[in-house]
Design a binder for this molecule. Sequence first.
Ligand code: PHE
Length: 344
Amino acid sequence: MSELATQLEELRRRFGNAVAGAPDEAGLEQVRIAYLGRNGEVTQVRRTIGRLPAHERPAAGKSINDAVGAMEAELQTAQARLESLTFQSELAESIDVTFPAIPAGAGSLNPVRRVIDDACTYFRRHGFAVVVGDEIESDYNNFDALNIPSDHPAREGFDSFWITATLLLRPHTSPVQIRTMQQHRPPIAIVAPGKCFRRDAVDARHLFQFHQIEGLLVAQGIHFGHLKGMLAEMCRELFGAQQSVRFRPSYFPFTEPSAEVDTTCPKCGGEGASCSMCGGSGWIELGGAGMVHPSVLREVGYDPDIYSGWAFGFGVERLALARYEVDDIRRFINGDPNFLEQLA
Ligand code: PHE
């Protein structure tokens, strides 16, 4: 065996021992540098080639290269083994399966949803069914059947988004009255919460998409007192026992008589003065109400001489603003979790 071969063999043996003894990846890197680095042992051996006779040099170069190839392969195997060892020990160390988990954050309902839920709960308890209509309505359900023919000025007041000449995004939930009465015979007792749309400029008090909750009761012998009782009780349920309700004469084509319904401002308790919530009046306006107009009953095939009914339509955001004493309606939709959590 040539001197070089013996030398390489001895070197590889030491290298093998060193690799096997490297405790970790850093140790292995030390071994690599010592043997295969720029000034490592292999380089020292290569330098001796120059002292050989010219004809022996190619074979010598080749055996050194072969040795280097084998050593590099050995390094790689060791590297993989150490990496997996490191990984195993990291796993064992850093995952403490007995450590308490990070609690899952519980979300909270939007105040608008809570008002809807609570109002529906109140009416359900009194035997009302909760129904939902369609957000896209026909002009018939939305206007004509509600005693608002196409030339009626009340149409203007609704500032609707029209989809076609006869379809629109409903600007109020009152068409659900028509849908329900067309499908059922009296007695009828429903509430219908849902989205409404109007071409309103957005500000602290207006959104172009908002919610209403509609109520409708039709049976024999229903009168305005029933309406007052149900709404006063609803306000006490939503706002507290001290709540008063006030009815102001108003006009809607689909109710007669009609009223605008107010409840005590929850912020100032009706004091008024410089209250920012109610503008000093002591009252918060909830929406419209009244006795179902005989023309509406006739339109759905009910005999107004036998049946009478009441209806109301309240703005849910209005109720929520007052209930949670919120200053800006836009807060309900800008998705700030801190705001929602505060009210939860
Ligand atoms: N639909 C009316 C509105 O949005 C409110 C209303 C409903 C009035 C039911 C009376 C009866 O303005």
